[in-house]
Design a protein around this ligand. Structure first.
Ligand code: OSB
Ligand code: MG
Length: 369
């Protein structure tokens, strides 16, 4: 057992190659908290998936920073708590899954680095390459959307996901479908619709979509179950699934037929694996979502996506889809639309110190020295 000596909290801002617009907002930079954790024997890195605004979920950077500094750090600093024991050690902090997941990622990275084992191996990954899709933001025109989609298709992405919102939906999706008749195509509403919008979903139901992601309010499993009974296209839940228990409930209720797994949303990689296990034993396909992560969080996502139940292409896109220069060596899409699962110890990546420095907006060191 090794002692957790200190934690560096860092807020970074990294320019995106193009603005990313969803039904809840637009980002032009990736603003994220990075955590560097140091034990007696190793260092580990974690990336928090919260953004600057509480638009996707309740958590946001300023709040996650305070949670990490004032409520999480005091419970683990100078202790020899392991990643397995972390959830219990943090049980006194309700909620805040994204903040908790950040520490778990860094602790796993440090432990596995010390042990010389990869995260993928530790989680039970069975693949060394994973199928990748791409999430396309809401554009100002349909022409621009078609142009972006064409670019991603030519790069080899195996599935295209279009962000939609009320008023920017059926017509756009139909245009993309007509230009790409055989493409695996899905849509993501980020909870922007109401049960009364059922006609939109009936129209989308004609477009041979792989899935419709999070159409309705994030706390409403019942309405998702009712909508799923009205259409053939599988519903996929993202925001609504915050734990393995949520996944089991949603599946049993018939609220979804596919689950998007994001380690940050469910409180960490270990719970993400349990969500995967629920899907696998119920015969429900899962896939790895994304939150525009830098190479640090991307490495963790790829390790997770190597598990056997991840049978659909993930939002695990290449570094160049997001950043001109990633914080790590770039993740590259192979021509066949797959990406390699990192095989080195821990996350298998280390951020470049100079790039991290340049992107840093704020730094706070916690613990001794
Ligand atoms: O709903 O999946 C989402 C990005 C930020 C917040 C929510 C979502 C997304 C994406 C992008 O769709 C996925 C990615 O490429 O990382
Ligand atoms: Mg989503």
């Amino acid at each position: 057992m090794s002692r957790i000596r200190n934690l560096d909290l860092r807020l970074i801002a990294l320019p995106l190659v193009r603005p990313f617009r969803t039904s809840f907002g637009e980002d032009t930079t990736k603003d994220a908290i990075l955590l560097r954790l140091e034990t007696d024997v190793a260092e580990g890195w974690g990336e928090c998936v919260a953004g600057p605004e509480p638009g996707y979920s309740e958590e946001f950077n300023e709040e996650a920073w305070i949670t990490l500094r004032d409520h999480i750090a005091p419970r683990i600093l100078d202790s020899d708590i392991s990643s397995e024991e972390l959830a219990d050690a943090l049980a006194g902090v309700r909620g805040h899954p994204m903040a908790k997941a950040t520490v778990e990622m860094a602790l796993l990275d440090a432990e596995l680095r010390a042990a010389g084992r990869s995260l993928a191996e530790h989680l039970g990954a069975e693949r060394d390459r994973v199928a990748c899709g791409v999430s396309v933001g809401i554009t100002s025109t349909v022409e621009e959307l078609l142009r972006q989609v064409e670019g991603y298709v030519s790069e080899g992405y195996q599935r295209i996901k279009l962000k939609i919102e009320p008023g920017t939906d059926v017509e756009r999706v139909r245009a993309v479908r007509e230009a790409n008749p055989d493409m695996l195509l899905s849509v993501d509403a980020n909870a922007a619709y109401a049960p009364e919008d059922v006609d939109v979903f009936r129209a989308l139901d004609e477009l041979e979509l792989l899935m419709i992601e999070q159409p309705l309010f994030y706390e409403d499993l019942l309405q998702h179950a009712k909508l799923q009974r009205e259409i053939r296209t599988p519903l996929c839940l993202d925001e609504s699934i915050r734990s393995a228990a949520d996944a089991a409930a949603a599946i049993e209720l018939g609220a979804c037929r596919i689950v998007n797994i994001k380690q940050g949303r469910v409180g960490g990689l270990l719970e993400a694996k349990r969500v995967h296990d629920v899907g696998l034993s119920a015969g429900v396909p899962v896939w790895c979502g994304g939150m525009l992560e830098t190479g640090i969080g991307r490495a963790a996502n790829l390790a997770l996506a190597g598990l056997p139940g991840f049978t659909l292409p993930g939002d695990t896109s290449a570094s160049r889809r997001y950043f001109r220069e990633d914080l790590t060596d770039p993740f590259v899409l192979d021509e066949d639309g797959t990406m390699a699962v990192p095989a080195g110890p821990g996350l298998g990546v280390v951020p470049h110190a100079d790039r991290v420095e340049r992107a840093t907006v704020r730094l706070e060191r916690l613990g001794k020295n």
